[in-house]
Design a protein around this ligand. Structure first.
Ligand SMILES: [Zn+2]
Ligand SMILES: [Zn+2]
Length: 123
């Protein structure tokens, strides 16, 4: 997939971001933290650190979900935006926060041993 500019936003529009790159590091995380945070599983794109630009961030909030992981979300509507772990090369943006019609395949599933028994994976 070619590099292009992506834009993203929260549900209420108070938080906006963008980055230029390729969506080549996609994954679905089934861990218990993601299931609590996102309602089902987490769908992410790994973005090279430094390429993520917060275009509108006055309502952006964050909290530490573990010693090394910070999760950001819109403080006005609660939409999750990204998570960032100390020492990782990439920042992980929520696929659901990206705007427009994103068509891509090849996402991998991780933490399947923590997956909920109430849904099935069909790809
Ligand atoms: Zn919002
Ligand atoms: Zn997870």
């Amino acid at each position: 997939m070619r590099a292009r500019r992506y834009t993203g936003s929260c549900l209420c529009g108070a938080t906006r971001f963008s980055f230029t790159g390729k969506l080549d590091d996609l994954y679905f995380c089934h861990c218990s933290q993601c299931r609590k945070n996102y309602g089902l599983y987490g769908a992410f794109a790994g973005i090279v650190r430094g390429t993520l630009i917060m275009d509108k961030a006055d309502r952006l909030q964050s909290y530490k979900s573990s010693k090394s992981t910070t999760r950001t979300f819109c403080g006005a509507c609660g939409s999750p935006i990204a998570w960032d772990r100390k020492g990782y090369e990439r920042v992980h943006v929520l696929m659901g926060a990206l705007d427009g019609d994103i068509r891509t395949t090849g996402a991998k599933h991780i933490h399947l041993k923590d997956k909920g028994g109430y849904y099935r994976i069909c790809d």
